[in-house]
Design a protein around this ligand. Sequence first.
Ligand SMILES: CCCCC/C=C\C/C=C\C/C=C\C/C=C\C/C=C\C=C\C(=O)SCCNC(=O)CCNC(=O)[C@H](O)C(C)(C)COP(=O)(O)OP(=O)(O)OC[C@H]1O[C@@H](n2cnc3c(N)ncnc32)[C@H](O)[C@@H]1OP(=O)(O)O
Ligand SMILES: Cc1cc2nc3c(=O)[nH]c(=O)nc-3n(C[C@H](O)[C@H](O)[C@H](O)COP(=O)(O)OP(=O)(O)OC[C@H]3O[C@@H](n4cnc5c(N)ncnc54)[C@H](O)[C@@H]3O)c2cc1C
Length: 662
Amino acid sequence: MSTETKCNPDLVRERAKCTFDVNELINLFYGSEKATKERRHFEDAVLAVKELKDAIPEEYLSHKERYENGVRKATILRDVYRDYKAKHNRDPPPNQITKAVIKDISPFLLHNGMFVPTIAGQGTPEQQAEWLPKAESMQIIGTYAQTELGHGSFIRGLETIATYDPKTEEFVLNNPTLTSFKWWPGGLGSTVNHCVVVAQLYINGKSHGIHPFIAQIRDLDTHKPLPGVKVGEIGPKMGFQTANNGFLGFDNFRIPRKNMLMKNAQVLKDGTFVKGINEKLTYGTMVMVRVGIVGDCSFYAALAATIAVRYSAVRHQSHIKASEPEAQILDYLTQQHKLFIAVASSHVYRNAYLWMEKMYTNVMKELSQDKQDNLPELHATACCLKAVCSRDAGSLVEECRLACGGHGYMASSNLPLTYGVTIAAVTYEGERTVLLLQTARYLMKAWMAALKGKVLSPSVSYLLNSLKESKKPWQNTPEGIVKGFQHVSFGKVKAAYETIQKYMKQGKDYEDAWNLASVQLVKASEAHSRAILCEVSWEAVCSSSASPNLSRVLQQLAQLYLTYWTLETSGDLLLYSNITKDDLIILRDKYEELLVAIRPNAVGLVDGFDLRDEILNSTLGSYDGRVYERLMEEALKSPLNQETVNSSFHKYLKPMMEKAKL
Ligand SMILES: CCCCC/C=C\C/C=C\C/C=C\C/C=C\C/C=C\C=C\C(=O)SCCNC(=O)CCNC(=O)[C@H](O)C(C)(C)COP(=O)(O)OP(=O)(O)OC[C@H]1O[C@@H](n2cnc3c(N)ncnc32)[C@H](O)[C@@H]1OP(=O)(O)O
Ligand SMILES: Cc1cc2nc3c(=O)[nH]c(=O)nc-3n(C[C@H](O)[C@H](O)[C@H](O)COP(=O)(O)OP(=O)(O)OC[C@H]3O[C@@H](n4cnc5c(N)ncnc54)[C@H](O)[C@@H]3O)c2cc1C
């Protein structure tokens, strides 16, 4: 109540207009009332720690200071996590409070996000028993060192070498060329003392492919690189400034045999290599993180949308009607077109993430019983959804930033940093095109199976249906639109397949034909992703337990997503489905109606993401809408405003002006 009274009056009015219960939305989005309570409780505990508050905005710190401050806060945050676990006997609930603390990316991201999961997923029970307790309690700090200067996408081409020496029962790690140096791993620069190193295994001169090894690279007391280790930081980037990405090279660096993570493949004492049941299981951590990235995309879209929608409710500029006061910019339909798709997409990604999480958990369970049948589907789906959601989320964040006009360009809006972080996911954990081509391999196989009338996995079974059924008349309903996207994917998969066949008939071998068809293959994967996103999100909304008031708004959002993409890809739909020009005109009108229908609930919808001011970290997006006051308060923190006259006046400006008089 007290917050409401201090609020910008536009936001108060917006909240009064909302037609659904915001708390119900929050609980639905995060799973339950209990989940909301626990998450908020944990966030409160973190924010109560005074030492986690920054004295001045991070942007004013040097690269080095920023990193050091990041490490300082990451260690305090780590204590809060540990204390919570000790008190409650469980991990803290899923939350985004790291964003409020570190602002950019934690130097421990790779420790928690990939080092620990790789030991858990790739280690034998003995290896897990040895490394996990130390890693989970932070007695050791690690990263995932796979990418090299010369190779990131094509990991079979990695050049780091692990040669087995049966005499000493050790592996000898070497980076024989500049291009073989590890390059990018987060935390490697100055933070970690261990890493999972992905290297080519050689035994008796024979290559056995790439495998993960644990290497201690720094002394635990002095933190100095161990002899034979060359390690450092790679320098400033577009974002990820506090992630502490680094480089690493080994020179005859020895690690014991037991340091090869051997859940999948083993090297016995005498140097016998025992192949795993599927060498691609070595790539398991990447699959898990790709699933997680879809969830991250939901968060970043929600964050940007919250900032831009609240700002647009507070900001007034120009007139819709000359006789009326200056309009809230949120009342311009063009603004709604820019912003509501970000709100809708956040829900779509969230539902897609929950759906993928289930698929992931099922496949992991099956793998533990040596069943691999559904691994290709998981890999293909995680690849394309990660690729499409990350690119779309990046574009949505940028659109939100642009929608805030000049103030969106201020660092204090937090939109530039958010864009840098979001867009990085297009590249890390598998570059977008490369991942879409992985999905395309799967789609081509599915297509060939469909042609033979075989049963297909659930996510591609629509290919078979589309092949069997003759195209039905277009229906301007959500279900009809979902079908339409499936027809587009069907059409593109078929066209890409036929293009490969065409080139092969012209005498090209399969690989060249593949390359010549690869633009189409990528588009087929994108269309497949869109079909999944539309189907999964529409089904989630239809089966949700929301009250009628909330359900109506969630259906509007899901329909907005479907209609937006129908209009964006109308050319494809005209080519591959039975949609007509008249249907498109009806949908264009429907889209505009949806924007108008969502408008009164816009602020309620972003309040429903429940991102507190500390997480938003934005002058434009805070709950109370004190936009102009905050912009001025933040500007006054500039070091240049801490003095009336800067020394550069006496050093440079005055002499220049005086010279000019002569
Ligand atoms: C419940 C789960 C969710 C929980 C979430 C929890 C945590 C995560 C949360 C949030 C995430 C956020 C942050 C996490 C932390 C870190 C992110 C920040 C930093 C980033 C780190 C990195 O970037 S690490 C490095 C990542 N690198 C890559 O991704 C490299 C990309 N390249 C590849 O993956 C491969 O080289 C390749 C797939 C492109 C090609 O591989 P290759 O061996 O050459 O394959 P082939 O072409 O010979 O064969 C392909 C066949 O192999 C099958 N296949 C390939 N990969 C897999 C796989 N992973 N699983 C199963 N099968 C695979 C493929 O299908 C082909 O099969 P066919 O031959 O039958 O067609
Ligand atoms: C912020 C950030 C954090 C990272 N953190 C880590 C980390 O912690 N650990 C780690 O090991 N790595 C990390 N990486 C590295 C990351 O995983 C790789 O950069 C990524 O996998 C892409 O590989 P690449 O850089 O080799 O791109 P490249 O493969 O060189 O891509 C360049 C271009 O070539 C194209 N291309 C490449 N291969 C093909 C192909 N087969 N067909 C068609 N086109 C192709 C791509 O589409 C792209 O357009 C990080 C990267 C970033 C940006």
